[in-house]
Design a protein around this ligand. Structure first.
Ligand code: ADP
Ligand code: MG
Length: 254
């Protein structure tokens, strides 16, 4: 029997975070320490799940990795370069979709490309391809209010995918959806990972579902404690659709 593990050769380190601490000002004048001494690395092509209970600082850590908020301590580097100078391409999928209600599906997806200065024609063709890939063909002209939650989050995925970011951050992307819709979308996402341009992309997905973490990730990081820190790191060895392109997978199936 051939064992099929998705042990791809480790890529280069894409992101490294060292000694990350984060405090927020609190009403009593002291500080609320949310993160302390968080160390992590994400390699090129790796899918990492960040697991932890509500309030453990998962969203805060993602925001720090994305450069949306500065850490109170420690530093984040992309390919060895400090975040502020590296200007990395990072896209995010939010729990609450965060679509612009006054823009159509196509315009929302294209929005992800405007800031990066992609020319209009290419913007449109890439956005249409991303919309098609995530199963929203025919809804290009619809507005967010006309979409179900599952469809709205598809737009959220398309808007992130279209950017072809170095790092894709997803903050509980299925938790605002009902269970069945979430599971369907998760399954489709895995297929998209296997077949489209997402293969080989670095992804960090926040979840509080152990099942989701194990299904999607190569490695699970557990954030916990008060203030939060990485308490465990678990490698996962399960073959997945997205491994279709990996030579080890093909060799094992042949
Ligand atoms: P998680 O995503 O794991 O549920 P969060 O990172 O959202 O956790 O929040 C961790 C803690 O930090 C919570 O106690 C939350 O109230 C607090 N927090 C998050 N963002 C802010 C902020 N901007 N100002 C003050 N407190 C915050
Ligand atoms: Mg959160």
């Amino acid at each position: 029997m051939t064992h099929v593990f998705n042990t791809q050769p480790p890529g280069r380190v894409l992101v490294s975070a060292e000694g990350i601490g984060k405090s927020f000002p609190s009403t009593d004048g002291g500080g609320l320490r949310v993160l302390d001494g968080v160390n992590l690395t994400i390699r090129e092509g790796e899918v990492v799940a960040l697991l932890g209970r509500s309030g453990s600082g998962k969203s805060t850590l993602l925001r720090v990795l994305a450069g949306l908020i500065p850490p109170s301590h420690g530093d984040v580097r992309y390919r060895g370069v400090p975040l502020a100078e590296a200007n990395p391409a990072v896209a995010m999928v939010f729990q609450s979709f965060a679509l612009m209600p006054w823009l159509t599906v196509l315009e929302n997806v294209e929005l992800g490309l405007r800031a990066s200065g992609v020319a209009r024609a290419e913007r449109t063709s890439r956005a249409l391809a991303a919309i098609d890939a995530i199963g929203l063909d025919g809804f290009e002209a619809a507005y967010p209010r006309e979409l179900s939650g599952g469809m709205a989050q598809r737009v959220g995925f398309a808007r992130a995918f279209v950017q072809r970011p170095d790092l894709l951050l997803m903050d509980e992307p299925f938790s605002a959806l009902d269970v069945l819709t979430g599971e369907n979308l998760r399954g489709e996402l895995m297929a998209v990972w296997g077949e489209r341009e997402l293969a080989g992309q670095s992804i960090c997905i926040v979840t509080h579902s152990i099942e989701e973490a194990v299904q999607l990730a190569d490695r699970v990081l557990v954030l916990g404690g008060s203030p939060g820190t990485i308490q465990a790191e678990i490698p996962i060895h399960i073959p997945r659709p997205r491994d279709k392109r990996s030579p080890t997978f093909e060799a094992a199936v042949d």
